[in-house]
Design a protein around this ligand. Structure first.
Ligand code: HEM
Length: 401
């Protein structure tokens, strides 16, 4: 017998005005009712919303909950009717289960280890310094997103993959369209096609002339060109937009919490815990979906096979049963273990890269600009809509003396 359960009437499309860093209040309220709620998708499908830390972690660790794209037939905000969803294209392993998923993840795992990523520290410091120099030279005020947050992860993922940075005009804008939650469908298809065309040419160029990078390394395995294109796409999409949004939204959060910002500036040893706390507090990858492959007992409920689960990583990271004062940004927080990089087989492959980028970039930014401040009132900072897969600011006007 399932226990009585709260039903979320609809997925919220926006955050509360004045609360750019907090999950929408409807999701926090759902979590207050309990770690799992019912949710009826706009097309009538009966699904579930998982908001509590332990249950989100349990879903992500359980192979009975699938990431397969073709099973995700219901959209949390839109009624598409009874459409067939095609499986993920070859190589796009984020939306596959094992064993298909591990066919792609395995050869990549050794290339993104802590040790490998630490070797990049000096290069990240150099790239960061170059962008801060340029920002200083151009003068106050500026948009931190274009001057700092976007280019640093972009240079790094391009260098790792062996994508010429000068080519980024062919894909960066298009990749952002995948995740910004505002691009109309026809433009989305055009953007996807353009990126695919670019990557097909890139893979062909690597085959003809391999260089010293992750994509060229993969040529030695048994992946087809089509698969390599898919892998490159996942890495580019994940590497470009996520860290960029963490850097910009993280700076915004620090500027809105001046005591925390001052503590970070005064104590470089705080950089590592600060990055973990910003990841927890902001959780820019807010929600991901899974589908039950069979009937599963979860949190006192029977989840019927075929049910879609919306897993809210953001409310899990704000769960009062897991984190003390969860809605407070506290860079000295001791209770680690956030889910901002997910958990289980899909846990973020690029997390060590993202961590080092953020440690270097935040530390250098606060040191270089001791008087950094918002150049517009906080409520005028343009946010991505809640419908975006990755949350963030569209631009962040900042000034300094
Ligand atoms: C997966 C977050 C940076 C590559 C994920 C997942 C999350 C996440 C939550 C799991 C999704 C799920 O559960 O279905 C983040 C955040 C980042 C970041 C918050 C920045 C702060 C990066 C970077 C790369 C990357 C820089 C580039 C190498 C990936 C890949 C996956 C992934 C390839 C899929 C892993 C799999 O399916 O096995 N990321 N990510 N991420 N991320 Fe990241």
């Amino acid at each position: 017998m399932s226990e009585a359960v709260y039903t979320l009437p609809a997925m919220p499309a926006a955050r509360q005005p004045g609360c750019p860093f907090d999950p929408p209040k409807e999701l926090v309220e759902a979590r207050d009712h309990g770690p799992i709620s019912r949710f009826t998708f706009p097309d009538g499908h009966e699904g579930w919303l998982v908001t509590g830390y332990d249950l989100v972690r349990a879903v992500l660790a359980d192979p009975r909950f699938s990431s397969r794209k073709e099973l995700m037939r219901h959209h949390p905000l839109i009624d598409f009717g009874d459409v067939e969803v095609p499986p993920a294209p070859p190589g796009e392993f984020l939306l596959m289960d094992d064993p298909q998923h591990s066919r792609y993840r395995k050869p990549l795992a050794g290339k993104f280890t802590v040790r490998r990523m630490r070797l990049l520290t000096e290069r990240i410091e150099q790239v960061t310094a170059e962008h801060l120099d340029a920002m200083e030279k151009a003068g106050s005020p500026t948009d931190l997103v274009t001057a700092f947050a976007k280019p640093i992860p972009a240079v790094m993922i391009c260098e790792l993959l062996g994508v010429p940075y000068a080519d980024r005009g062919s894909f960066q804008g298009n990749v952002e369209k995948f995740l910004d939650g505002e691009t109309p469908d026809d433009e989305l298809i055009a953007a996807y096609t353009a990126v695919q065309t670019y990557l097909a040419e890139l893979v062909a160029a690597k085959r003809a002339n391999p260089t010293d990078d992750v994509l060229s390394d993969l040529l030695d395995g048994d992946l087809t060109d089509e698969e390599l294109r898919g892998v490159a796409l996942i890495l580019l999409v994940a590497g470009l937009d996520t860290t960029a949004n963490m850097l910009a939204l993280g700076t915004f959060a620090l500027l809105r919490n001046p005591a925390q910002l001052a503590a970070l500036r005064a104590d470089p040893a705080l950089t590592e815990p600060a990055v973990e706390e910003l990841l927890r507090y902001l959780t820019v990858g807010k929600t991901f979906m899974r589908t039950a492959l069979e009937d599963v007992e979860l949190g006192g409920h029977t989840i019927p096979a075929g049910s879609m689960m919306i897993c809210s990583y953001h409310t899990a990271n704000r769960d009062p049963e897991r984190f003390s004062d969860p809605h407070v940004l506290d860079l000295r927080r001791q209770d680690g273990g956030h889910l901002a990089f997910g958990h289980g087989i899909h846990q973020c492959l690029g997390q060590q890269l993202a961590r080092i980028e953020m440690r270097v970039a935040f530390a250098a930014l606060v040191r270089r600009f001791p008087t950094l401040r918002l150049a517009v009132p906080a409520e005028e900072v343009a946010l991505r809509p809640e419908t975006a897969d990755i949350f963030g600011v569209k631009s962040l006007p900042v000034a300094w003396d």
